[in-house]
Design a protein around this ligand. Structure first.
Ligand code: GLU
Length: 301
């Protein structure tokens, strides 16, 4: 007798930061994440990553939902706002602190840039560890003085505690029957990443990982630019006993000059296409086929 496996209920998400209008690449990404879940009768969620108080703006949130709806994207359940979830991030920071894995970092960007020996990692110069080796009395004095500080993860110590880690990657395009592969999660090359920023109660790495788990996300579909971040997210999952989703990383869209689309460099915004009279159903059908507006192709990050 053969026993079929219990159907795997799929939950995907789109998680924009409200720092500008969505461009056609965001629309493509959101459509793929929605379709991936809906093909299997699963759930598609929308999360607004709005804890970056200096760049996130409420008017961008309204614009994002408007642009997504225009393209025919609808999400299940309530929108999750990271700015409403700070207590969850705090609790995780307390736990990591109690495990001896975090330290306060008082360095400024200029301090880090000035450290000539800093090797480069996936997100720029790797933090040289200045505050990790601060004598405890100096650290205590600076804390008592109320000096502004971020909290960094002692990545070497955390990785040693977690042991060897892999994440599960499903190839792109997201074919539900395609075999997955294990990718070694290399957190060390990031250096000691920031988990709580000076100007924000958590960093992207922490809030994203915690929310994917809390929202029951089973499959994370996102751009290739975040592939390296997955190594850190996998480490955080292991440290906090969180379930690990399957990941699909898609190519980024690039313009005719090979430059990736970005909110800031006048990339084709969904709002501009709408203003030009584009038919959203036709655009969505094209994006699903991998046909992009003139001059745009799927490139490599
Ligand atoms: N908020 C991130 C961004 O807009 C994406 C996060 C993710 O998909 O993991 O780039």
């Amino acid at each position: 007798m053969t026993r079929s496996a219990a159907p795997h209920y799929m939950v995907t998400r789109f998680a924009p930061s409200p720092t500008g209008r969505l461009h056609v690449g965001h629309g493509w990404s959101a459509l793929m994440a929605m379709d991936m879940a809906r093909r299997t009768g699963g759930t598609f969620r929308l999360r607004i990553e709005d804890i970056d108080g200096t760049r996130s703006r409420p008017d961008h949130v309204a614009a994002i939902t408007e642009d997504l709806r225009w393209l025919g994207i609808d999400w299940d359940g309530a929108i999750v706002f990271q700015s409403h979830r700070l207590a969850l991030y705090d609790a995780a920071l307390d736990r990591l602190r109690a495990m001896g894995l975090l330290y306060p970092c008082f360095c400024t960007r200029a301090d880090i840039a000035a450290s000539a020996s800093a090797p480069h990692g996936p997100e720029g110069p790797v933090y040289p560890g200045t505050c990790r080796v601060l004598p405890p009395v100096d650290r205590a004095a600076r804390m008592a003085r109320g000096d502004a500080h971020a909290w960094r993860l002692d990545v070497a110590r955390a990785a040693a505690l977690a042991g060897r880690l892999d994440w599960t990657e499903r190839p792109f395009p997201p074919d539900d029957s395609a075999p997955t592969r294990a990718v070694a999660a290399d957190a060390l090359r990031h250096g000691d990443v920031v988990l709580a920023r000076k100007d924000a109660p958590a960093s992207y790495h922490l809030s994203c990982t915690l929310d994917d788990a809390a929202m029951g996300i089973t499959h994370v579909l996102r751009g290739d630019d975040l592939r390296d971040a997955t190594g850190i997210h996998r480490l955080i999952q292991a440290l906090l006993d969180l379930p690990a989703p399957v990941y699909v990383h898609h190519p980024l869209l690039v313009d005719a000059t090979g430059r990736r689309l970005a909110k800031r460099n006048g990339s084709i915004a969904l709002a501009d296409l709408r203003a030009q009279g584009a038919d959203p159903a036709a655009l969505a059908a094209d994006l699903r086929q991998g046909r992009f507006p003139v001059g745009i192709t799927a490139g490599r990050a």
